[in-house]
Design a protein around this ligand. Structure first.
Ligand SMILES: Nc1ncnc2c1ncn2[C@@H]1O[C@H](COP(=O)(O)OP(=O)(O)OP(=O)(O)O)[C@@H](O)[C@H]1O
Ligand SMILES: [Mg+2]
Length: 342
């Protein structure tokens, strides 16, 4: 028999042991491992300050380099991002990985028309003429379903509604056909109905273009809607990760359970935002020893306050970093079945 090796496709993004420390003290991201498969969508959820944006920015090397210590490995399509020089970074940003933000006004330049910004972005990466670039920009506007696209290309950002601006920003982000899209709470600033439209648009674009996406959100309903997998972050660590269904229906980390329980209706209605859990996250400059969630955890015991909790396999592709994950999961299941009975 010959030795035939089936090539395993490179993941779109592979993050290993990523830590980001600001000013030598504030450890905003702490030993994060995350793999984004090709064509996959991962939702990153967690409270404010848990390190979601810093993680996304690290993928594009967008955290300020001065006074920032970055450890670990980030590989995009097989290439080491930490080792990239200036030219490679320019290609990485926009052509391979694009990012969209909560507030399009920060990404769009107020003094140029949206059409011009898109054509310039394309011409920065490709040697094509103005007419061709304009045609491409028009295609982008059609792709994000902007009505009267020809006319809207000549609009300035402030002349557009919030939802339209968000579409224009998505068009700008996708102008150079990136393979990876990082979406940092792209819908939170919008009205509920517009949020849903943008979510559906993102989901369609992802399928149509085969994009690999990391989607940051506070909204579990949105996470389930758009993502194959969910990673839950707490104080810079990923405390639970699994398929969207595993995490939402069979959570194993007390923090995930806290997030699910704090939802007013308990259901996964779109637009229902996460409520806060009693207590507050630790000071990232003075991390408590042991599990960062222990001070707020309803199940914490002495060993939780000493070293790192073990990473427990809760199912195929489903892991939780917790000593008490079985007990936590069992309690959640019980509570759910009671709810179903009453
Ligand atoms: N350039 C920086 N210098 C110092 N601290 C920073 C810097 N960028 C982020 N931080 C800190 O890192 C922590 C994580 O920030 P991050 O923006 O990733 O949170 P987040 O999970 O995205 O929160 P939110 O949901 O509010 O957007 C915060 O405490 C933040 O203040
Ligand atoms: Mg953020």
């Amino acid at each position: 028999m010959t030795d035939t090796m089936t090539p395993v496709p490179e993941p779109a993004v592979a993050i290993q042991g990523l830590s980001v420390t600001f000013g030598g003290k504030v450890r905003a991201v702490d030993r994060v491992d995350l793999t984004l498969g090709r064509g996959q969508a991962i939702a990153l959820i967690g409270e404010s300050g848990s390190g979601k944006s810093v993680t996304l920015r690290a993928i594009m090397r967008l955290n300020p380099e001065r006074k920032t210590a970055i450890e670990g490995r980030i590989v995009v399509a097989g290439r080491d991002v930490m080792a990239m020089g200036k030219r490679e970074l320019t290609t990485l940003r926009g052509r391979e990985v694009a990012m969209i933000f909560q507030e399009p006004l920060l990404a769009l330049d107020p003094v140029y028309t949206v059409g011009r910004q898109i054509t310039e972005a394309i011409r920065q990466h490709e040697k094509i003429g103005a007419t061709e670039a304009r045609a491409r920009a028009l295609e982008q506007f059609e792709r994000v379903r902007i009505p009267s696209p020809e006319r809207r290309l000549d609009a300035y950002p402030h002349e557009m509604s919030g939802g339209m601006r968000q579409r224009a920003m998505i068009a700008l982000a996708l102008a150079c056909n990136p393979k990876v899209l990082l979406a940092d709470e792209p819908t939170t600033a919008l009205d509920a109905t517009v949020q849903i439209q943008i979510l559906l648009l993102l989901r369609d674009l992802q399928a149509e273009l085969g994009l690999s996406t990391i989607f940051v959100t506070h909204d579990l309903g949105a996470a389930v809607e758009v993502a194959d997998r969910i990673a839950v972050m707490y104080a810079g660590r990923i405390v639970e990760e699994g398929s969207a269904r595993q995490v939402v229906l069979n959570p194993h980390h007390p923090y995930t359970i806290g997030l699910l329980r704090s939802r007013a209706d308990g259901a996964l209605a779109k637009g229902s935002r996460l409520q806060t859990i009693p207590g507050s996250p630790p000071d990232l400059a003075n991390r408590p020893p042991g599990c960062p969630f222990a001070p707020r955890c309803f199940l914490a015991e002495d060993r939780c306050r000493v070293g790192d909790p073990p990473v427990v396999e809760a199912g195929p592709g489903h892991r939780a970093a917790c000593w008490k994950s079985d007990e936590a999961a069992g309690g959640f299941r019980e509570q759910r079945s009671e709810l179903e009975v009453t």
